[in-house]
Design a protein. Structure first.
Length: 297
């Protein structure tokens, strides 16, 4: 009986610890970029969706922006094509774009179903809907890589309308060019552009690593909290490389354009979103405004 009571008290303590965060972020918009390994594992996928659904039910206004790169590569392989990348960007010819759009829409509706199963109303949209993501052709080091888009304009009205009607928007990163053609957009870029356009309080990247390291080979160099200007220094110092470089650039860009806080989390950890947002300790890396670096929130 005593053990049962202790367990119940621990649960109560968890809820009490979460209370100030629930109060602070009530009715605030949070954009969650979801992709990587957490997306290919069904159990982790369900955990992420449960987390986002809980955020919605306690008063947040979440928007999910999802990727689907691994799934696109799988389907490209199924039709006998080989996935090609230049500087980390997928070379997207007409046929690959058609496959990407089909796969991303399939992933989108699968996430909608998961949210609906938990009793929350979700609407899956593409960046093409209502002019949400306007893009221009993106080149990689001067090379033409096909139908890959750089976001030039975000029209957030559709997202505001959905949030106002109490829906959870789930966005597939496909943009529309001036030529009215579909363009594949990097999901990190899409999430960052959307977060800036809607004035999100938080932008969360669910990734395949624990967070940010000053030196990826030195686990003791983990950074749990960093200001936007310190992050910029890291970018220009040459310490950060690989896929983290554009991600960190997106983080500082978001902070400098009105987003209050950006989080980089390991999406492979069950309920990482709740642990980061509702506990004093947190588990990932938070990038904050320079003036907030001394105030834990």
């Amino acid at each position: 009986m005593e053990k049962d009571m202790e367990s119940l008290l621990q649960k109560a303590q968890v809820l009490i610890e979460a209370l100030p965060y629930i109060q602070r972020f009530n009715r605030k918009i949070i954009v969650v970029k979801y992709g990587g390994s957490a997306m290919s594992n069904e159990e982790l996928q369900k955990n992420v969706i449960k987390d986002v659904t809980l955020l919605k039910l306690v008063g947040f206004k979440p928007i999910i922006v999802h990727g689907g790169g691994k799934e696109i590569s799988r389907w490209v392989g199924k039709v006998g094509k080989e996935a090609k990348f230049v500087n980390g960007l997928r070379v997207t010819d007409e046929e690959t774009m058609e496959i990407a759009e089909m796969v991303l829409n399939k992933v989108n509706k699968s996430l909608v179903s998961m949210v609906e199963e938990l009793g929350v109303k979700a609407v899956g949209v593409s960046g093409k809907d209502a002019g949400l993501l306007g893009v221009e052709k993106k080149y990689s080091g001067g090379q033409d890589i096909g139908y890959v888009g750089e976001v030039t304009e975000v029209n957030p009205k559709l997202l505001y309308d959905l949030l106002e009607k109490d829906y959870l928007p789930i966005v597939a990163p496909i943009g529309l060019g001036a030529d009215c053609h579909s363009y594949n957009v990097n999901a990190d870029d899409a999430a960052c552009a959307i977060a800036k356009a809607v004035g999100a309080d938080k932008l969360v990247f669910l990734t395949d690593i624990e967070g940010l390291y000053k030196d990826i080979n030195d686990k003791s160099s983990f950074i749990s909290r960093i200001s936007a200007s310190e992050a910029d220094e890291l970018i220009h110092s040459g310490f950060i490389g690989g896929g983290m470089l554009p991600k960190l650039s997106n983080c500082t860009s978001a902070i400098n354009n009105g987003v209050n806080r950006v989080h980089i989390l390991d999406g492979r950890i069950a309920h990482c979103l709740l642990l980061e947002i509702f506990t004093n300790q947190g588990i990932g890396t938070a990038i904050v405004k320079d003036e907030d670096i001394d105030h834990m929130a």
